[in-house]
Design a protein around this ligand. Structure first.
Ligand code: MF3
Ligand code: CO
Ligand code: CO
Length: 268
């Protein structure tokens, strides 16, 4: 899509203007609100399709658009990834059972701006090992966000996430990454959740992107199922993910998808 304002770096990363942050806040807030509102519905006996129906209706009610419906043939307002599903789980008739952990990922378009966020939920009671995975994944995202400021590199973000996760003896998924966004869903750069300090493009004020680490209890390898979407851990180990959309400010990071209810972390 053509964007007349702002400029582009040599790596093809758009530098947005100060006024553009407001658009991203509106889109990010709606996506985060929807994730807040779906929380009380997550319970054993509920299907992932029912959760998606709620999300689809809620996006319409807000007068917004789902970015995922019609995206490369995808038909749903969310991705719902249960247990060993790493990402891009397709909502459907699958019944949640006690102890299931799930990521719900929503992307909305508000006035042309994209808000993309996901977080973890539990149906019923959380096992100790799932709780640890969810906590480490959440904290890994926050360590990545702590590395966001002008002059840092994308490798610094990946390194902060990877070193933390691997110190907990868990693994970072390599097959999927975060992405630039703004008035488009997926733009440069690829935001890797692993890497070496000082490598990759340098962050500049006005860059908008997601950080969305996927962490596995077992090995990092994934495979995509025959539906061409659902990505699972090859070793069937549990996987978790959290995602925020952020912007680089003069002195750090602006998180567009903060939970208005303070419910981003699953132990609210
Ligand atoms: N929201 C996902 C992301 O974080 C993308 C989902 S695309 C879909 O980038 F088609 F699978 F919905
Ligand atoms: Co994303
Ligand atoms: Co997403």
């Amino acid at each position: 899509m053509d964007d007349p304002r702002g400029r582009m770096t040599k790596d093809g990363i758009r530098i947005h203007e100060a006024a553009d942050f407001a658009g991203m806040h509106a889109a990010g807030r709606l996506a985060a609100e929807i994730l807040d509102e779906v929380a009380p519905l997550v319970a054993p006996g509920v299907t992932t399709g029912e959760l998606d129906d709620f999300i689809r209706t809620r996006v319409e009610l807000a007068g917004a658009k789902s970015a995922t419906i019609g995206y490369r043939g995808y038909q749903h307002a969310s991705c719902i990834s249960v247990n060993h599903v790493v990402c891009h789980g397709i909502p459907g008739p699958k019944l949640l059972k006690d102890g299931d952990i799930l990521n719900i990922d929503v992307t909305v378009i508000v006035d042309g701006w994209f808000g993309d966020t996901s977080r973890m939920y539990v149906a019923g009671s959380l096992s100790r090992k799932a709780e640890r995975l969810v906590q480490v994944t959440h904290d890994a995202l926050m360590k990545g966000i702590d590395a966001v400021r002008p002059g840092a590199t994308f490798g610094d973000i990946g390194h902060a996430i990877q070193t933390y996760v691997e110190a907990q003896r868990m693994s970072v998924v390599r097959d999927f990454c975060g992405h630039g966004l703004g008035r488009v869903f997926h733009a440069p750069p690829n935001v890797l959740h692993y890497g070496r300090p000082g490598t990759g493009p340098r962050l500049e004020e006005g860059m908008f992107f997601t950080i969305e680490p996927m962490v596995n209890l077992g090995r990092p390898e994934t495979k995509v199922l025959a539906d061409d979407w659902t990505a699972v851990t090859r070793d069937k180990s549990l996987s978790a993910q959290f995602e925020h959309s952020v912007g680089v400010t003069a002195d750090g990071c602006d998180i567009f998808t903060l939970s208005p209810a303070g419910r981003f972390h699953p132990t609210w």
